[in-house]
Design a protein around this ligand. Sequence first.
Ligand code: IMP
Length: 187
Amino acid sequence: MTELRVLIDRDAIAKRVAEMAANITHDYAGQQVILVGVLKGSAIFLADLARQVKLDATFDFIGVSSYGNRPSPSQELKSGWDSTGEVKLTKDVDQSMKDKNVIVVEDILDTGLTLNYLLRVLRQRKPRTLRVAALLDKPSRRIKNVRTDYVGFHIPNEFVVGYGLDYAERYRNLKDVCILQLPPEST
Ligand code: IMP
């Protein structure tokens, strides 16, 4: 049977998201920011973060996918995936980023391939500042070095779902971040 084990509960998430929002509010005091959510995993994090950021803020969304099929979570944890780093844009932002304070809002930083690609794309748009807010970070899996400015939690090398994160599009609506353990036959 597929098993879910709570790793970070809703109260801990809410507390940490409020702290991250306070840091962002402090760092950009008196300035405008664009929060760019990476679809779809960041949607819930962005919604909670944005409501606590006390700044003149707008939203945008960007979509990416990786070439090739992602293996099952357990396989992925063993051997990684897409080490070529080939990521493609499936949805671009709707507004100009030129001379703006852009904060990329991401659910989880894993190998770093996605954010590395996104930051390269967004840097070409000549923003005034470009920073990253990631709810979760799995540092042990890093392939590409990515500078993160606001990180919620460092987590161990486990496949997690909930609070926006999915496995095959499921579990995004869980209130807690949970470790997903699949039955042996699905690995
Ligand atoms: P990266 O390119 O390897 O850093 O992966 C980033 C993306 O992979 C995230 O935006 C997620 O969509 C997905 N991802 C990585 N680890 C997990 C996980 O543990 N659970 C769900 N999605 C994950």
